[in-house]
Design a binder for this molecule. Sequence first.
Ligand code: NAD
Length: 250
Amino acid sequence: MFDLKGSRAVVTGASGGIGRSCALALAASGAELVLFDIHAERLEDTAEQLLDVGCRATVVVGDVTSESDRARLSEVTLDGGAPDVLVNCAGIIKRQDITTMALLDLDVLWDVNVRGTVGITQSLLPAMIQAGRGKIINLGSLGSVTGLDRRTAYATTKGAVALYTKSLAREVGQYGICVNAIAPGYVDTSMTSEWILGDSMRTEQLLSRIPLGRFGRPEDVDGLLIFLASAASDYLTGQVIMLDGGWTTT
Ligand code: NAD
């Protein structure tokens, strides 16, 4: 039920903490991989780690905000047929007070987190529709369902990702395509490390709100990801699933 042998998965943001872990987990479950990220060197590192588990991944270096890069990803991917799984993991954050947030900051975050996610999906969706199957997994955040202080622009984009997930699920369900979002809490990666560990008082405050008593690790995302990518979740769509150690229970 969780076996992904014979399926092809595209992972954006595959050189980052969560994206790399997702790629490794998908490969360990038998999927072939197409990796996409703006960061060439770290993307090659991911590809090398995949080789260690016997997976020769296709690497495409590019920017999710670039139409030509998205077209290149689509061309390279579709060369091997429609993807079975798409993980939209590329994302950026900016922390600042609401009073100093410029509209330009919102534009930059919107471009990557929302337009990037929507654009990458648009470029691969026609082939998935034609194939009559597929699993699209977007990365949300706590900000998909709740306010985040000093991260207004980020939360705005992740709230949009949540409703994009639900809207897309409604439209493409008829083609056998499931669309869900994983919404992690605080996972220790280069995106969050300084924020969650850089100030001991803040670290304590954050931890005190997490019933499981620790920050997440990128590998904590793997199980849910494989569930959503596999036949085990064939009747699940349009959901934003919190993976937050219990943060949103309070
Ligand atoms: P990360 O910074 O380690 O990884 C993000 C990846 O996206 C990087 O590899 C980066 O190079 C890539 N990327 C950024 N802009 C890009 C662009 N324009 N084009 C292509 N690639 C681009 O961060 P992470 O923590 O692994 O985050 C992965 C996803 O999970 C993001 O969408 C993030 O918003 C989401 N998320 C993370 C956390 C957390 O606590 N770490 C919590 C909730 C949601």
